[in-house]
Structures are given as C-alpha cells and as structure tokens.
Design a binder for this molecule. Structure first.
Ligand code: PLP
Length: 417
C-alpha cells in the first residue's frame, strides 16, 4: 500500500488554510502539530455528553468515568507501561516535570549529585536546577559533540559517582533532532543506583515509545506535539511512584494514578489525547498490519510508515539546505544515520539572523520557527545564543515534498539576497 498523503491531509482542517492565495506550509510542528478532525470531535463529545463529576451512579458520571479510565489505558499502551496506574496527566510536560522534580528530589541530601545535559529543552533542565538550589545538590553536565550532535555515553559513565541520584535526559532533541540512547543511559544510571527521567516530547510524534525496552524510571511527553490537545502525560515505574510522597488532598485515595492527579481531571483533554493515540494507530492500519490487531502493533506499524516517509522529507530538506551557500545544519546530515534522528532540522545561515529568515518565510505563508526554542544550553554551547539562535524546520507525516521544495526555493532567494 502506498503512502496516501492526500488522504492523510484531509484529516486536518488547518491544512486547507491559505495565506495570500496559497496553502500555508506548516513546518512549525516541533512547536506544536495540527490536530485531526477526529480528535476535536472526541473533545466536543466529551464536553457535550460526558460532562459530570466522577463517582455518581447516574449515566453521565459513568460515561465520564469510562472516558477517564479508557484514556489512562490508552496512555499506558502508548508507552507500553507494564502496570495499570503508571500513567497520569497534567497541564503540560513542564508543569508535570516541575511537580515531579520537587517530589523526586525531596529526600536527596546536600552534596548528592544530579546530571543534566546540554542538549535538553529547558523544561528538563530548569526544574532540576531549581531543585538542586533548594536542596544543595551538585549539578554535573553531560555535553554533546558539536560535530556529530550526539552524546558519548562514555562521558556519562565518567560523570556518574556514588552520589549520583538522578539523570535527566532527552529522547530526541527539539533542535538537533538527535535520537539519544535512552536504554544505554538507563543502564548507566541504574548501575550507579540513580534514576533516569526522560523527556520524550520530541520523540513521541515520530517514534513508538516503549518504556519496558528503554528501562527508564520516568518518561514525559506532551499530546500537542503528537496531533492532540495541549495536555502533558507522565509515565513512572510503579515502585518509584509508590515510594514517592504524593502532594494530594486527603479525600483522594493513595492508589495510582489518583495520588498524583491533583484536582478534577480535564475530561475533554483526556478524550483528545486518547483520540490522538487512536489517530496514530489508524495510520498503521493497512500497512502490513492485519486489521483487528492490538493498539501497540497498530501504533508500531503507523510509526514505521510515517518514519520512512519523514526520512524522505528530511533527506530532501537537508540536501537542499546544504546546497545553499553559508548554511550550516545543526544536526545529523548523513541519511545513513537517519535512524538516529527525527525530522526536526535546525540551521544557521552565515551572517543572516534567524529572525530575518523566519519573517521572510512567514510573509510567504511558510511557518517555521527561529530562536533558541528553549534549548538554551545547545545554543550557548554552539556560541549562537546571543546571535539569535537558529531556524527550525520540522516536517511531520502530513507535510509534502512540494512543501519542502517551495520552502527551499524561497530560502535560497532570501539567503542569496
Ligand atoms: C523537547 C521538549 N521538552 C519539553 C517541552 C515542553 O513541553 P510543554 O509545552 O508540554 O511543557 C517542549 C516544548 O517545546 C519540548 O520541545
């Protein structure tokens, strides 16, 4: 079965929008993807028909309870949780990480150590820096190579000591697009008796998350990056979550996931996250995946299909960028290594400031992003923070080759002029 891009695009009303008589090109996806109709319909249905508090014996309350339970189950399957109750939701990845960082670090002693990376989005850096300040922890930094844009896990092993309590690590970078070796980092963390907290926000739109295979302790992602609503999701290993102190109201049970669910859950967002997961699974139907198979294998088939398609777009984009004089791509460029990257591509163009490129493209209805994208440490390390960061183009499975070509053509004009 060939990749039916036209059919995929009809799911997204936003993609029909025009700017100055031409379809808008959505390449700002790493900052938030567009939403398929089915997701919005399920959110509407939740608000119209499943709007009651939980715990009543009447029909609407039972419907709302079912919605909540099914969304949690879908979240557990999405990351391959091994036990019920290991997934809970919150306002955003950042909010969840701030909350969990307080709880996780609560029994760390002054002089204990944590390891942060220079490749992470600040949402997986600042919460830990502040916790370190509060508790007198020593922060060690894992650097990446500015040639390969990858970590050397030997460096991570060398940073670990018998005081290391936690490593915060990203699955895929929101700037370089690098996919990192989470399983390797988990082994290093556990050999030292430390925990691994993983930011999978930029990986989840492009690849199947499997916490059982990764062996990490916590993993966070955000549904608005994978075609859902603005809502965050956290998975934690059951033993870890049970051992933590939960800051909760007394009336709520101590069971998982309720002990980490503060206040009334946002029903419509849960419905949307569940629908986004179903959407990703539907992408796998018909691509070598027999109908009626379970959600995990449908998701695996969906991601395998979209990754292959996205790799094609990435290759065309990078090859095109590299032909433009002065352009430097901040990430893996060799297609032979594309299994190590997602389709997020950042670059700088000599003396031309990133905001100028962004605004020149936006005048043509080409939506890209510029600046540091909250990955402060990456741009600081590359010496580009003060200069305004880079330009980021992030194709996903609904973008087209024509969109890549149109953008490259415009870019070449802007940079040449
Ligand atoms: C890699 C990464 N981590 C974390 C975040 C923050 O996610 P949220 O907006 O859900 O707090 C982002 C947002 O861009 C991101 O790209």
């Amino acid at each position: 079965m060939s990749y039916d891009i036209e059919r995929i695009r009809t799911n997204f009303p936003a993609l029909q929008r025009e700017f100055n008589g031409r379809p808008i090109i959505f390449f700002d996806n790493p900052a938030g993807t567009q939403v398929p109709r089915a997701v919005v319909e399920r959110m509407n249905d939740a608000m119209f028909h499943k709007n009651a508090n939980l715990g009543g014996s009447f029909a609407t309350s039972a419907d709302a309870q079912r919605l909540v339970d099914e969304a949690h189950r879908a979240g557990e399957l999405f990351v391959n949780a091994q036990h019920p109750g290991e997934v809970f939701f919150g306002q955003s990845m950042t909010t969840l990480t701030f909350g969990m960082s307080r709880t996780i670090c609560a029994d760390f002693a002054p002089g204990d150590e944590i390891i942060l990376t220079r490749m992470d989005h600040d949402a997986n850096v600042a919460p830990w820096l502040l916790a370190a300040e509060d508790r007198g922890l020593l922060v060690r930094w894992l650097d990446f190579s500015d040639e390969t844009f990858e970590f050397d896990l030997g460096d991570l092993s060398r940073l670990v000591t018998d005081r290391t309590r936690l490593i915060a690590f990203n699955y895929a970078s929101n700037v370089t697009g690098t996919i990192n070796d989470v399983a390797g980092a988990a082994r290093i963390a556990h050999d030292a008796g430390a925990q691994l907290f993983v930011d999978a926000v930029q990986y989840a739109p492009h690849g199947l998350v499997d916490v059982a295979a990764l062996g990490c302790d916590y993993l966070v992602c955000s549904a608005y990056k994978f075609f859902g609503p603005h809502y965050g999701m956290l998975w934690g290993r059951r033993e870890r979550l049970q051992a933590l102190r939960a800051y909760k109201v007394r009336a709520v049970s101590d069971e998982l996931p309720g002990r980490f669910t503060t206040g009334t859950t946002n029903r419509e967002q849960l419905a949307g996250v569940h629908a986004a997961i179903d959407y990703l699974a539907e992408l796998g139907d018909g691509y070598g995946n027999p109908a009626g198979t379970d959600l995990r294998s449908r998701l695996a088939a969906g991601y395998a299909t979209t990754k292959a398609y996205e790799d094609g777009l990435t290759q065309r984009l990078i090859e095109g960028l590299l032909t433009i004089r002065g352009v430097r791509v901040l990430g893996i460029t060799d297609p032979a290594n594309f299994s190590q990257r997602v389709s997020t591509v950042s670059f700088v163009a000599g003396a031309i400031a990133a905001p100028d490129i962004e605004s020149a493209l936006s005048r043509e209805g080409m939506q890209v992003w510029d600046g540091h994208n909250y990955a402060l440490e990456i741009y600081r390390k590359l010496g580009l923070l003060e200069a305004g960061g880079g330009v980021r183009i992030g194709p996903v499975h609904y973008n087209t080759v024509e969109e890549v070509d149109r953008t490259l053509e415009r870019l070449e004009q802007v940079i040449r002029s």
